[in-house]
Design a protein around this ligand. Structure first.
Ligand SMILES: Nc1ncnc2c1ncn2[C@@H]1O[C@H](COP(=O)(O)OP(=O)(O)OP(=O)(O)O)[C@@H](O)[C@H]1O
Ligand SMILES: [Mg+2]
Length: 382
């Protein structure tokens, strides 16, 4: 099996040189550990964009011998260790605006001309806090002076209208027959939940999902936005695939709780995004440490630090952790986003959101704004 996997892997082409990775002697080891397949390869000289593309191709070919969910691809770079700074600079000078112009036979992806950055929020498992994160990230970015929109792509359980406190308002259509998004707390949003009654059962089939996604992307009058945040359904299904095939994204943020089971699911999610050539901006640990307001002690209800460790193992950016807090849950239920409430400014959840948003802004290379997130970040941290 190891030999078969090594042979398959060897045929993958380095997009920078056009040579196979076997010819370039890049494979360090290919090892089955039980059901899991761990691949280590030398990444020297391959910038981030091409690395993602190449690892997508590796997953594609290794899926013949192992389930994609069980494949771990780890890269090492001696060049990076020796001349770390120069390599980082080289990566950062990659054109950020077109990170997904992949070679090969993938269908052309569209851009949203008036939107500078598009970030998808994903998770392997349901109920880990994607929608809560999406809403509060959007408000955090808006607080920093950015124009922000939210697209609720969770057609199975759209919760964005509830989280923004607009469950009953209906969107209007303008003279050009474009749907006007609703606005809440300075953030524009659209959701399938605005078009159906809350308890109407809707049965979705693959092509229908692609249709509704395209409508929300291209038939909504988004106007000029700095950020569009897309709240995805849990897991790795048709909606994720449709999104990856339709649109040029900056990348996906994967949310996970610190528990092992949630982390395993998140790992599957990461692999799926790699396979369909979606850039992974990083992972966020949600519902980590809980600070009890009555006893003042910290409790790691779902564990803590697991996501950071997984990021190290998977060589993925760790964006930070959001503690578990009762008021965050209560404000979500009330439809009043936590980050819109200045009275929480001294709380660790508030600071964590600013910290994560700050990292994301840097990661996608967004332009500085008047109320820049780093200024807010520095003010809060001092
Ligand atoms: N850090 C947190 N502290 C406390 N409660 C939280 C936190 N994050 C999320 N929650 C709560 O957890 C529940 C699930 O969150 P949410 O609906 O955002 O998850 P989801 O991943 O979008 O779920 P689904 O997969 O069903 O779409 C909600 O009640 C939310 O208020
Ligand atoms: Mg959700």
């Amino acid at each position: 099996m190891d030999a078969q996997a090594t042979e398959l892997l060897g045929k993958v082409i380095n997009p920078c040189t056009g040579a196979s990775i076997a010819d370039e002697d890049r494979i360090e080891s290919v090892t089955f550990k039980g059901d899991e397949l761990v691949v280590k390869y030398k990444r020297d000289g391959i910038p981030n964009k091409e690395k993602q593309e190449m690892e997508g191709a590796m997953l594609e070919c290794l899926s013949q011998v192992c389930s994609v969910d069980d494949i771990y691809i780890l890269s090492s770079s001696t060049e990076k260790k020796l001349t770390g700074e120069q390599t980082e600079q080289k990566e950062q000078s990659e054109p950020k605006a077109a990170p997904h112009s992949h070679a090969g036979s993938l269908p052309a992806k569209k851009k949203l001309e008036q939107v500078d950055h598009i970030i998808a929020v994903a998770s392997g498992k349901g109920g880990v806090g994607k929608s809560t994160f999406t809403t509060n990230l959007a408000v955090t970015l808006k607080n920093a002076g950015y124009k922000v929109g939210v697209l609720d792509a969770d057609v199975y359980g759209p919760s964005i209208p509830m989280l923004f406190g607009k469950r009953t308002e209906k969107p209007k259509v303008n003279d050009e027959q474009k749907i006007l998004p609703l606005e809440s707390n300075g953030v524009q949003f659209i959701s399938f939940g605005l078009f159906v009654e809350e308890h109407d059962p809707v049965i979705w089939r693959g092509p229908m999902l692609g249709g509704v996604l395209k409508q929300f992307l291209f038939d909504v009058s988004w106007g000029k936005l700095d950020f569009l945040i897309i709240d995805l359904p849990p897991g790795t299904g048709d909606m994720q695939l449709s999104l990856a095939q339709t649109l040029e994204l900056d990348g996906a943020v994967v949310i996970s709780t610190p528990q092992d089971v949630a982390l395993l699911d998140a790992t599957k999610g990461l692999n799926m995004f790699k396979k369909i050539n979606v850039n992974i901006l990083g992972m966020v640990e949600n519902m980590s440490t809980f600070v009890c307001s009555s006893c003042g002690n910290e409790h790691d209800i779902f564990g803590s630090g697991g996501v950071e460790k997984a990021c190290e193992k998977l060589e993925t950016n760790y964006l930070g952790s959001i503690p578990l807090e009762l008021e965050l849950r209560l404000s979500a239920d009330e439809g009043k986003p936590y980050m819109a409430n200045e009275k929480f400014q001294d709380r660790s959840v508030y600071k964590s959101y600013v910290q994560v948003a700050n990292k994301l802004v840097k990661e996608v290379g967004a332009k500085e704004k008047k109320g820049t997130i780093s200024k807010i970040f520095n003010k809060l941290m001092n």
